[in-house]
Design a protein around this ligand. Structure first.
Ligand code: PEP
Length: 256
C-alpha cells in the first residue's frame, strides 16, 4: 500500500504583512518539533508580498516548513500588469501554488480554461499545484456535488500527463464550508475525496491515483480535524482562517 504523507497547508488569504508573516512562521516553527515534521508536511501559503521574507527565514533557520503562493499567472512573462509568474515563484523557493481556489473562481472569473492553463504553468516551473475543487451550496442541495467536483477535476487536468499529475495535490473545498464555520462531516469529506481518487484512477491509473494527496478544506479547526483525518481518502487539510493563528494551526498540524 502506498503511504501518503499528510499535508496541512495554511492559506493565509489576504492577511499579514511581511513582518507579521515572519512572526507567525517563527511561532509555528517553535510550536512544532521534529517528530511532528516527520509525521506531517506543514506548508504556509502567504500573500506574494510575504514570500521573500518567509524564504529568508526558512532558509536561514533551516526550518522544515515549506511554503508556496496562493495563485500564479497562466503566462510566463510579459505585459500582464499585476501578475506574478511561475518562474518568479520558483525563484523564491516556493514548493506549492494554490490553483482554482473558489475565491478566485468567484471574484476573478477563473473558469475551467484558466485553471487548466495555470496548472500547466505551474508544472512548467516545477511548482506543485494544490488544485481546489468544490461545489456551491445549491449544487449540494440538488445532490449534484460529486459530478460537479469531478467535472472541475477533469477540466483542470486536461493535457496533464501522468508523469506530472502524480505530484499534484487536490483539495476538496465545498464552497459552503469555506469561511462559514460550517464544516463538512467526515463522511461528506470521504465521499468527495474517495470519488476524486476514483476519477484520478480513471484519468491515469490506480498507482498514480493512490499516490496523490487529497485534502479537505472548509472551516477546519483543531476541534474537528481529527475526524476528518481519520477518513481513508483524506490526506490532509487546506486551512484558511485558522492558519493565521500559530497555536491553533500547530494544533491542527498535530491532528492525531
Ligand atoms: C480556504 O481558504 O481554503 C479555507 C478552507 O478557508 P477556511 O478554513 O477559513 O474555511
Amino acid at each position: 500500500m502506498v503511504q501518503r504523507k499528510p499535508l496541512i497547508a495554511g492559506n493565509w488569504k489576504m492577511n499579514l504583512n511581511h513582518f507579521e508573516a515572519i512572526k507567525l512562521v517563527q511561532k509555528l516553527a517553535f510550536a512544532l518539533n521534529d517528530k511532528d515534521f516527520d509525521k506531517v508536511e506543514v506548508a504556509v501559503l502567504p500573500p506574494f508580498t510575504d514570500l521573500r521574507s518567509v524564504q529568508t527565514l526558512v532558509d536561514g533557520d533551516k526550518l522544515r516548513i515549506v511554503y508556496g503562493a496562493q495563485d500564479l499567472s497562466q503566462y510566463d512573462a510579459g505585459a500582464y500588469t499585476g501578475e506574478v509568474s511561475g518562474a518568479m515563484l520558483a525563484k523564491l523557493g516556493c514548493t506549492y501554488v494554490t490553483i482554482g481556489h473558489s475565491e478566485r473562481r468567484q471574484y476573478h472569473g477563473e473558469d475551467e480554461d484558466i485553471v487548466n492553463a495555470k496548472v500547466q504553468a505551474a508544472y512548467r516551473h516545477s511548482l506543485t499545484p494544490i488544485l481546489c475543487v468544490g461545489e456551491p451550496l445549491s449544487v449540494r442541495q440538488e445532490g449534484g456535488h460529486i459530478a460537479y467536483c469531478l467535472a472541475q477535476l477533469d477540466g483542470a487536468l486536461r493535457k496533464i500527463a501522468a508523469e506530472q499529475a502524480k505530484s499534484i495535490v487536490v483539495a476538496y473545498e465545498p464552497v459552503w464550508a469555506i469561511g462559514t464555520g460550517e464544516v463538512a462531516t467526515p463522511e461528506d469529506a470521504q465521499e468527495a475525496c474517495g470519488a476524486l481518487r476514483m476519477r484520478l484512477a480513471e484519468l491515469y491509473d490506480t498507482e498514480v491515483a493512490s499516490g496523490i494527496r487529497i485534502l479537505y478544506g472548509g472551516s477546519v479547526k483543531s476541534g474537528n480535524i481529527k475526524g476528518i483525518m481519520a477518513q481513508a481518502d483524506v490526506d490532509g487539510a487546506l486551512v484558511g482562517g485558522a492558519s493565521i493563528d500559530a497555536d491553533e494551526f500547530a494544533k491542527i498540524c498535530r491532528f492525531s
